[in-house]
Design a binder for this molecule. Structure first.
Ligand code: SF4
Ligand code: SF4
Length: 230
């Protein structure tokens, strides 16, 4: 089920007085909170992090290098609670919703420690977000490859741990595949955080959303955004 088929009430992030039935954006954006959609994302994200951590646990038990697990868990917590809300979410219209915690389809429940910034993210913010996002999403592959190579060289001593790391890697790759399909193949084409580096919403749709959200429109135009007439 897509977010647009959810049960009412709709909580529009562009204009609270809007009506989806009469809106040109219906089905084109993730522009209201849908709990089922958000729950699916939370379950997928938790599974991703748990499987990634289990890879580091098994490789730690074999190799004895616990710095990988500690740094991974530390950076994940820091990224989801402080870094990403500041660099990415504070520019997202979901961030403007009232309350001290994020109410959106992705990082729902994270604290809102920063002020809302309706303008697009800067180049520096995007670059930093790519660095942190790249680390928390790709570093588990390092732990997995390292652990499997170590197992291949010492398989007689570490049979159980070697099998465990191979199984967790297969499960991790399955969840990673689901995520890249769900995100890159779908959600990034409909996400209202238009200045995110991964965002793939067409400019014409962005223009229509800005027309419905005057605060964002003013901030975007003052940063040089122009209406796309193509
Ligand atoms: S932008 Fe349009 S389609 Fe999206 S929630 Fe608001 S009224 Fe509904
Ligand atoms: S950028 Fe994504 S995670 Fe952050 S508030 Fe917007 S929808 Fe939620």
């Amino acid at each position: 089920m897509t977010p647009y088929q959810s049960s009412l009430p709709i909580n529009c992030i562009a204009d609270p007085n809007s009506n989806c039935i009469e809106c040109e954006l219906e089905g084109k954006l993730i522009c209201f909170v849908n709990k089922k959609f958000a729950n699916r994302f939370t379950v997928g994200n938790l599974l991703y992090r748990i499987l990634a951590s289990s890879i580091f646990v098994f490789s730690g038990l074999m190799i004895g290098h616990w710095w990988m697990l500690i740094s991974y868990v530390g950076v994940v917590v820091l990224t989801f609670t402080i870094i990403e809300p500041r660099l990415l979410c504070s520019h997202c219209p979901f961030y403007e919703k009232e309350g001290k915690f994020l109410k959106c389809w992705a990082l729902r429940g994270m604290p809102k420690l920063w002020k809302y910034r309706p303008e697009p993210a800067s180049k520096a913010e995007k670059l930093l977000m790519l660095i942190f996002g790249g680390f928390i999403d790709l570093f588990p592959f390092v732990g997995s490859i390292w652990g499997i190579i170590f197992f291949a060289l010492n398989y007689r001593d570490y049979l159980f741990l070697g099998i465990a790391i191979i199984i967790s890697t297969i499960l991790f790759l399955t969840v990673a595949g689901y995520f890249s399909k769900a995100l890159l193949g779908n959600s990034c084409k409909k996400c209202t955080n238009f200045s995110c580096s991964m965002n793939k919403v067409p400019e014409k749709i962005i223009d229509k959303f800005l027309e419905k959200n005057p605060k964002m429109k003013e901030a975007w135009f003052s940063c040089g955004w122009q209406i796309n007439n193509n």
